[in-house]
Design a protein around this ligand. Structure first.
Ligand code: LMR
Length: 391
């Protein structure tokens, strides 16, 4: 049997981690995989997480199984941040813990498939794993344009898809800090999307993987909350991997909003069955640490302050890039308006290869950069290298 397998190329984004590690140049720059870095280039464990972990070591009395739904204290403690304190639809929402945002997206698509969805509309470019998850589950992907060349979102494209889609289709939207472009819908555009969804039968799935890293915790939730205000049913795939710095601990949740609360038992029974067959139960530690933070006002305050520091640093880097303006044939000005860790530079394969080989600068093959990889110490070198390859 094994000789019938075709070799698979490694995930291109994850492969960059190893390529960068193997480069011996001391001034190399990693703009690849999406992890936050401080002004010194580190990705430290959050202070609030360290404190929560110390408490867990003291208090946790058992590591016995919880169940496919994971830590429901974590799932519920997160809800006010995602949905707002006064969300009127609250009783129509239930959730479960998942292994990272990836687990949540996978479960959302699998549940949609059980519910008769045959195709998912995906704005492109998107996080490459979205298409991989859809393909692996056997869900048809239909694409539309997410962004225009001028660096704004292609609102007409998404509205057209929503207007034409049927009840056998879903649409996957990024809540904020669009990966890879950093180009989010404006609040007015979200209002139009929410109105369009209220008139459409298409099922909304919203991926929220970067809340707090764009404009603010509340600001970054605007779009998903507007959509939930207007539609009867939706799913939210949520990741804490970035905004709690939990990457390898895999902390996420999937929330489902049903038409009526009475439907939630059936929904959850399906999610439990899907999770049990996929990973049985999500890993506990990271979600337990997040629960510990969210159930303590002091730790929550410190966590929010850390998220703010991250957001402000990324805005500072974006400001420096935007101020550089035209660099060779590139215009960096739009990066100042974009959000989160990522932006895409219109570089071709040769230019990206030259940045790597001649300058030790690592970025995704799509031209996506992780702006958090830039610091005051390396940003001039980066801009100079861009001027060199894009002259
Ligand atoms: C990224 O896009 O770099 C992150 O979301 C990490 C990942 O899993 O791809």
């Amino acid at each position: 049997m094994l000789d019938r397998l075709e070799p698979q190329s490694p995930d291109a984004l994850l492969a960059l981690i190893k390529l960068h590690a193997a480069d011996e140049r001391s001034d190399k720059i990693d703009l690849g995989v999406g992890v936050y870095r401080t002004k010194d280039g580190d990705t430290p464990v959050f202070r609030a997480i360290k404190a929560a972990e110390r408490r867990l070591v003291e208090k946790q009395s058992s590591k016995s199984y919880l169940g496919p739904e994971g830590d429901m204290g974590f799932v519920h403690a997160l809800m006010p941040y995602v949905f707002g304190d006064d969300a009127v639809y609250g009783e129509r929402i239930e959730g479960m813990q998942t292994p990272g945002g990836t687990g949540a997206v996978r479960l959302a698509v699998a549940l949609a498939q059980r519910g008769g969805v045959e195709a998912v509309h995906l704005g492109i470019p998107s996080w490459p794993n979205h298409a991989q998850i859809l393909a692996d589950i056997g869900m048809e992907t239909r694409t539309f344009s997410h962004a225009r060349d001028d660096g704004t979102a292609d609102i007409e494209a998404v509205l057209e898809v929503i207007a034409k889609a049927t009840a056998k289709e879903a649409i996957l939207l990024h809540a904020c800090c669009h990966n890879p472009t950093g180009i989010d819908y404006t609040n007015d555009e979200w209002d139009r999307i929410a109105d369009a969804l209220s008139r459409s039968e298409v099922f909304p799935i919203i991926d929220s993987a970067y809340q707090g890293l764009g404009r603010g915790m509340e600001e970054d939730a605007y779009g998903l909350r507007r959509v939930l205000d207007k539609v009867e049913e939706a799913m939210i795939a949520y990741s804490c991997d970035k905004n709690f710095g939990m990457y390898r601990d895999r902390v996420g949740a999937l929330y489902v909003m049903a038409k009526e609360s009475a439907q939630l038992d059936t929904v959850m029974s399906n999610l439990n069955a899907l999770a049990r067959a996929s990973w049985s139960m999500p890993p506990d530690h990271g979600a337990a640490a997040v629960r510990e933070i969210l159930s303590d006002p002091e730790l929550s305050k410190d966590w929010l302050a850390e998220v703010e520091e991250m957001r402000e640093r990324m805005r500072e880097v974006r400001g420096i890039l935007a101020d550089a303006g035209e660099v060779g044939s590139l215009d960096l000005a739009p990066l100042g308006e974009q959000n989160g860790l990522f932006s895409v530079l219109p570089l071709d394969k040769d230019q990206i290869a030259r940045l790597r080989s001649e300058h030790g600068i690592y970025m995704a093959g799509s031209g996506r950069i992780n702006v958090a990889g830039l610091t005051r110490g390396n940003i001039d070198k980066f801009i100079g290298a861009l001027a060199d390859v894009a002259s």
